[in-house]
Design a binder for this molecule. Sequence first.
Ligand SMILES: Cc1cc2nc3c(=O)[nH]c(=O)nc-3n(C[C@H](O)[C@H](O)[C@H](O)COP(=O)(O)OP(=O)(O)OC[C@H]3O[C@@H](n4cnc5c(N)ncnc54)[C@H](O)[C@@H]3O)c2cc1C
Length: 403
Amino acid sequence: MIQKDVIIIGGGAAGFFAAINIAEKNPDLKVVILERGKEGLTKVKVSGGGRCNVTHAEFIPSELIQNYPRGQKELRGPFHQFMTGDTIEWFEKRGVSLKIEEDGRMFPVSNSSQTIIDCFLSEANQHGVEVLYNHSVKAIENQGGIFQIETSQGQFLSKKALIATGSNPKIWQLLENLGHTVSAPVPSLFTFNIEDERLKNIPGVVAQDVEVNVLNSNLCSEGPLLITHWGLSAPSILKLSAFGALEFAKRDYKFQIEINFIKQSFEDSFNTLKVRKQDLAKKTVFKSTQFDLPKRLWHKLVLASSIKEETRWADLNKEQLESLSGQLTQAIFNVNGKSTFKEEFVTAGGVDLKEVNFKTFESKYIKNLYFAGEVLNIDAVTGGFNFQNAWTGAYIAAQNISK
Ligand SMILES: Cc1cc2nc3c(=O)[nH]c(=O)nc-3n(C[C@H](O)[C@H](O)[C@H](O)COP(=O)(O)OP(=O)(O)OC[C@H]3O[C@@H](n4cnc5c(N)ncnc54)[C@H](O)[C@@H]3O)c2cc1C
């Protein structure tokens, strides 16, 4: 049996961040990371399309928490201890500069996730953190305040343990055996599959600011909308997929959405179209795009309103004007399934938040057992918020573990 002071299970974002902070704060502690893979930080590597969206330029805790469908209330306090600004400073102090993109996402200046990995590996090495790869944890027991942790390669003992295994069902099962409750995992951050003539053959078209409502629910969102080969994506959809993750799973990813492409009321758009009928009388409707919509989307909506390519504005009847106004402001689409959003995807579900002390990230049931990252029932919309949860939890747990 191998004795350590602190065992960290999982060598991902949260695991490395915690280990480094513990070892730096208290160099006397023997800290080991047990990682099942032949290398760690694999999600960091592929994150943000290989660029690693480390955090987000949102510096007000009450605003930051709005991005977490699960964990919103619980993260308020922790963000007052360690949040985005602290993340930037942490990396900066270790030679990694971050830059802000127009939409607030923050990446290493190098534009490469390898910079983050190199930083972690070098810091872990410098502070004497031992990283044992190919050590898949199979059992966790707590006997008389000592953790006995069995991996594929041997037994480890420690007084303190941090679980940072992300969305790993086997570890959730072990935690349930220890008395914790785990909310069933469901996917979050996905795109909607839709087969519809209005979206056919126009992948890549973006409507800059739309409103999307899910019928028979109170789920709605606003923002850019991207038409893909399979359906719809971009922030307006991804936000919905995160906030509606549980609801959509219940409905087996079959539901209806209503899109307002121009964020105007039906009446207002109808009145505008009536004015256009006068002003543009001799022009064809098809060729005179309105409301700053992308041309190809306008074409689709015009045709969906039973208006022919050659129809002139002057020839539009009331039904056609109403139909076009409906397509612009109340267009219904049938969602039938989901697809992975490759830039970033996460799992909703994990250790029940009521069972964790968010001042320390320690279990309320088992003394000296800590959690950080996606193992908890916390997840966020896309934009660097999921990593921020990992950094915050890992940092705060580290401060308490190293005491
Ligand atoms: C493709 C992709 C891109 C992403 N991009 C971004 C992004 O740009 N920005 C952002 O904020 N978020 C992003 N995310 C989400 C982000 O990666 C996660 O929220 C984050 O990695 C969670 O950190 P974690 O340490 O909790 O878990 P992980 O990073 O998943 O680490 C868990 C580690 O535990 C190990 N492990 C699991 N089970 C065991 C076991 N039994 N024994 C030992 N080790 C075990 C795993 O091998 C893994 O190394 C992305 C996710 C994906 C999938």
